[in-house]
Write a protein that binds this ligand. Structure first.
Ligand code: SAM
Ligand code: SF4
Length: 338
């Protein structure tokens, strides 16, 4: 079991398997896009599998594949199968924009994928297309249906809340009434270039005015739900319906799914942080907001197993106590993996 300097058990690893993406969401990537890393810089599946085996021996038990868009990397279902078979790994999940799920959901389910988080920023086709810079809402919705049809055990929807997008939280939350889907509202985070984290159409980049605290989203949601005769939400009091992530969950009486809030800024959950992040180019990050990276790719390519394990231990030991409300990181969210 890996325990960090602040007594937190680190048993969760997010792996970005590609920096490439088929969309360019305004809160994640700059308008001009990101220069893709050369393929030789990206970890191979053999390297990822070896790393996960060594990380499992250090106490990592749950994996999430992310990106960029993980489903654009050929053979992703094979990778899921390989990681699911690593001794000590209890779950492998994936975060995706969903557009390629109609093609891949069945293979992923057969490979043993435990859960999928699908990002859905808006239910309005025009807004969705504008914010994702060309994405089609129909593809994302078809991806959700495909995940259910394939029988992937857990399906969650990620909604990044941005003030100028004027999203209607109730429209998303209604989806949990008839479907066992877990909708999570995520506070827009200042990850990316300096103090202009996500330049683009979202009000000129991240700033406090664009960020909406979860308390406000919950209050709006409850007002709307009560007016519509379906609310209010009932808190699940720290009991996550699935997993052990940072979301605080609620449920409408009798609903099949839940509504969660991920409030990194308004209610930081650093004291329960259980994770490391591996970037597609093989750097271990100790915190989403910290630019301290440990180079594991070089050790994977030219070093020994015990060398890799030393890097994992060093990363756990270097986890900062909190993100300290830092604004801006050296890499955009698409390179870190969220
Ligand atoms: N392409 C996949 C997707 O969009 O789900 C996986 C990678 S994406 C970087 C991972 C998650 O980060 C997504 O749920 C996305 O909505 C979220 N995200 C991206 N930029 C964000 C930001 N500035 N603040 C909060 N969440 C963000
Ligand atoms: Fe791509 Fe996901 Fe970032 Fe959108 S949020 S640009 S889909 S990596």
């Amino acid at each position: 079991m890996a325990t960090d300097t602040f007594g937190r058990i680190v048993d969760y690893l997010r792996i970005s398997i590609t920096d490439r993406c088929n969309l360019r969401c305004v809160y994640c990537m700059p308008a001009e896009g990101v220069k893709w890393r050369d393929r030789s810089e990206i970890l191979t599946f053999d390297e990822i599998e070896r790393f996960v085996g060594l990380a499992a021996a250090e106490g990592i038990a749950r994996i999430r594949l992310t990106g960029g868009e993980p489903l654009v990397r050929p053979g992703v279902a094979d990778l899921v199968r390989r990681l699911r078979a690593v001794p000590g790994i209890k779950s492998v999940a994936l975060t995706t924009n969903g557009a390629l799920l109609p093609r891949l959901a069945r293979d992923l389910a057969e490979a043993g994928l435990d859960g999928v988080n699908i990002s859905l920023v808006s239910l309005d086709p025009e807004v969705y297309s504008r914010v994702t810079r060309g994405g089609r809402i129909a593809d994302a919705l078809a991806g959700i249906d495909a995940a259910f049809a394939a029988g992937i055990p857990t399906v969650k929807l990620n909604v990044v809340v941005v003030r100028s997008l004027a999203q209607d939280p109730l429209a998303f939350a209604r989806m949990t009434i008839e479907r066992r889907v877990h909708v999570r509202f995520i506070e827009y985070m200042p990850v990316g270039d300096g103090d202009d984290c996500a330049p683009g159409e979202v009000g000129g980049g991240w700033n406090r005015a664009e960020q909406v605290g979860s308390d406000e989203t919950l209050a709006r949601l409850n007002d709307g739900a009560i007016a519509a005769g379906i609310g209010p939400l009932v808190p699940l009091d720290g009991l996550a319906p699935v997993g052990r992530g940072p979301a605080e969950y609620h449920r409408f009486e009798g609903a099949k799914g839940t509504v969660g809030f991920i409030s990194a800024l308004s209610h930081p959950f650093c004291d329960t942080c259980n994770r490391l992040r591996l970037t597609a180019d093989g750097k271990l990050r100790t915190c989403l907001f910290s630019d301290d990276e440990l180079d594991v790719r070089t050790v994977l390519r030219y070093g020994t197993d015990s060398g890799v394990q030393s890097v994992i231990r060093a990363a756990v030991a270097a986890k900062p106590e909190s993100h300290d409300m830092r604004v801006g990181t050296s890499r955009p969210m698409s390179q870190i993996g969220g």
